[in-house]
Design a protein around this ligand. Structure first.
Ligand SMILES: C[S@@+](CC[C@H](N)C(=O)[O-])C[C@H]1O[C@@H](n2cnc3c(N)ncnc32)[C@H](O)[C@@H]1O
Length: 305
């Protein structure tokens, strides 16, 4: 208990590096709290925090935190996802498939399927012509009447909405394969099991298909992070040294990873495209070390040996 309050009173110590951790050990020992190691100080109440996170997903109406946005449209996706997303989407044919993981209300797919001439103004991504089958996935059900009407009018399962569980609870057979998978502040930003999440995504992609996502509050591949940043997702290698999300992803086999670092956004953000180039995918395993619920949550992972 004392350990927890010591840790929470210095939230963010982990970003300050090992020196502060050592100082904390000395201070805690000086307070007569016995021998305490940094791992114990950082001991996460993982289950409690993950349960809190589930409650955030389920909030409704006025209880939804203003930062938890669930209705971004296709033009927001065009701005937030890596270059090439709209062109790739435009190239899909009517038998191809697009999965949006963490779709919220599914507005991006609704915009994609909006009748021609009815697309929202400023729409940058919807193009005339054949449309792929689209699947929206969200843990909590945020389908709108508009979604139900549009899906019913198109029929033939052109737009499907899946809810009630997270990606890892679906079998590969249940979901099938996709040419494009997107994730905009969805599972990639919220999962407590990052390596399994990426493994699942890659297993659902056809060879030649692409995963388009972004991850906020990370150490940037181009190294242009501003000083004093509070990171949301931190990775470290097996020796406890910082690892960038892109350098970790580049260790996956059968994945061609391209990153675009955004140092001038509110949070340092990496826009990421992962192209599946062969079928024998493997993802270096990351273990969850810390998790603090939020929108988005605060997470730390360490590469397993
Ligand atoms: C902040 S909302 C983003 C919604 C939408 N992409 C947007 O930008 O408006 C987060 C979404 O991610 C979903 N989500 C989080 N973790 C997930 C997971 N592991 N599997 C599937 N969906 C997940 C939530 O249920 C929710 O639909």
């Amino acid at each position: 208990m004392i350990m927890r309050s010591v840790k929470s009173s210095v939230k963010g110590w982990k970003t300050a590096g090992p020196c502060l951790a050592v100082v904390m050990v000395i201070v805690v020992q000086a307070l007569g709290l016995g021998a305490v190691w940094p791992q114990e100080l950082a001991e996460p109440r993982l289950d409690e925090e993950i349960a809190k996170q589930q409650k955030i997903f389920q909030r409704r109406g006025v209880d939804v935190p203003s930062g938890y946005i669930t209705n971004r449209g296709l033009s927001d996706y065009a701005e937030l996802l890596p270059t090439g997303f709209c062109d790739a989407l435009g190239r899909l044919g009517s038998s191809d498939r697009w999965l949006d993981i963490g779709a919220g209300s599914g507005q991006a797919i609704l915009d994609y399927y909006a009748p021609e001439g009815d697309a929202p103004s400023g729409e940058k991504c919807a193009q005339p012509g054949a449309k792929a089958r689209a699947v929206a996935m969200s843990i909590e059900d945020r389908q709108t009447d508009k979604w139900r009407e549009q899906a019913a009018s198109l029929g033939d399962d052109r737009m499907r909405y899946l809810s009630g569980k997270s990606l890892r609870h679906y079998s590969r057979e249940e979901l099938g394969k996709f040419q494009i998978i997107t994730d905009v502040f969805g599972g990639f930003t919220y999962t407590a099991d990052l390596s399994r999440f990426v493994d699942n995504v890659l297993s659902l992609l056809e060879v030649g298909g692409g995963f388009y996502t972004l991850v906020p509050g990370v150490h940037l591949e181009d190294g242009k992070d501003k000083l004093g940043v509070f990171y949301l997702t931190e990775l470290e290698n097996a020796a406890g040294r910082p690892e960038k999300v892109c350098s970790w992803l580049k260790k996956c086999s059968c994945a061609k990873v391209t990153c675009q670092s955004k140092s001038d956004w509110k949070r340092p953000t990496e826009l990421i495209k992962v192209e599946k180039v062969c079928s024998d995918v493997s993802v270096p395993r990351m273990k969850l070390v810390e998790f603090e619920a939020g929108y988005p949550p605060d997470r730390r992972f360490q590469l397993e040996q």
